[in-house]
Design a protein around this ligand. Structure first.
Ligand SMILES: [Fe+2]
Length: 338
């Protein structure tokens, strides 16, 4: 009987096992007053953040995504469901937010390294705060303002909508966040109502620059920065979409997408050839492959435009031609990940 009880307990544990857990707030709810009231902290953490964690666990349950890291979920957000994108973002963003907030007496000072970087790029600490506040104040609706390390290792200030963040491929501006300000109304409405500006003035008293400094050093040494740089080659992504949407149907003998979009594919190959690859992959091998890809897309488009009475024969030729273009494309992708 005891064995059965243990087995049932074990199985129910497995069924309810959570991949992600709600991190505890580092301080009590009212420790952030008067800048953020205790009730707001309690609802924000215990209800809103908990909701993101629960919904994220539900969205990835029994899928291969259970084995992926949070940054993998975020980085390819455009390929994920809205639920994964919103809840993975919500969990990551709030976890960072709690980390960087502390009552004034518990804060640590900014490192020399971060201070020098800020002064080099923004002239003063005040200026970087103004830049973040501008990004936060002008974010329409719900979202976040960020101080990030961008793929070039520089500091940058961005803002994103909803629960997106600059790690995500849906964001035009990429980087690793080291400081994030939540500008959803749930972060401030009880105390500040519609006065987002007053909340933004108060929040800086709670920023623990010591933690932001640690985040800065960690971001500079994070291999994710190089991945973000390669992933930020938008012309390659644009070409990838049209290639995937024409080649894969052709593999299943459906040539209609290729026939109707060969001109678009050729145009995107030209744009890709003329785009600037990320510094780390801007070399002769990549440039050579881009030229070959452009020529191959021209050949495909010319074949499509030629009138032919023998459609099967022309389709077979098109399949050989797009297979070659597909191989060149993957050669470029491979060179990007060497
Ligand atoms: Fe929030």
């Amino acid at each position: 009987m005891k064995i059965i009880y243990l087995l049932v307990s074990f199985l129910s544990f497995c069924v309810s096992a959570q991949v992600y857990n709600l991190p505890a707030l580092p301080f009590s709810n009212d420790a952030y007053e008067p800048y953020i009231d205790g009730q707001t902290m309690q609802i924000h953490h215990d209800k809103h953040h908990a909701g993101y964690v629960n919904n994220l666990n539900k969205a990835i349950a029994s899928t291969p995504m259970e084995k992926l890291s949070i940054t993998d979920l975020l980085m390819y957000a455009s390929f994920r469901s809205a639920s994964v994108r919103n809840n993975a973002g919500g969990h990551y963003n709030h976890s960072l937010f709690w980390e960087i907030l502390a009552p004034p007496a518990d804060q640590k000072p900014m490192s020399k390294e971060l201070e020098n970087a800020i002064i080099n790029q923004f002239q003063s600490i005040d200026e970087v705060m103004v830049a973040v506040n501008n990004a936060a104040a002008t974010r329409f609706g719900s979202g976040w303002a960020w101080l990030v390390v961008n793929p070039q290792g520089k500091l940058a200030v961005y803002s994103t909508a909803n629960q997106d963040n600059p790690i995500m491929d849906v964001s035009n501006e990429r980087g690793i966040p080291i400081l994030g300000i939540d500008v959803w109304e749930h972060a401030y409405y009880l105390k500040y109502q519609n006065k987002r500006g007053d909340y933004l003035s108060g929040i800086w008293s709670l920023i623990n620059w010591g933690v932001v400094s640690d985040n800065y050093t960690a971001a500079l040494n994070n291999p994710l920065l190089a991945e973000l740089e390669k992933d930020n080659w938008l012309a390659l992504k644009e070409f990838h979409k049209v290639m995937a949407q024409t080649f894969h149907p052709a593999e299943e003998k459906n040539f209609e997408p290729l026939r109707s979009r060969s001109g678009e594919m050729y145009a995107k190959a030209i744009l890709l050839k003329n785009s600037r690859p990320p510094e780390t992959v801007n070399n002769k091998k990549v440039q050579d492959a881009l030229s070959r890809l452009e020529k191959q897309c021209f050949i495909i488009h010319s074949t499509v435009q030629k009138p032919s009475k023998k459609v099967d024969v022309q389709n077979a030729l098109l399949f050989d031609q797009i297979t070659k273009a597909h191989e060149i494309f993957h050669e470029i992708q491979g060179l990007c990940h060497d």
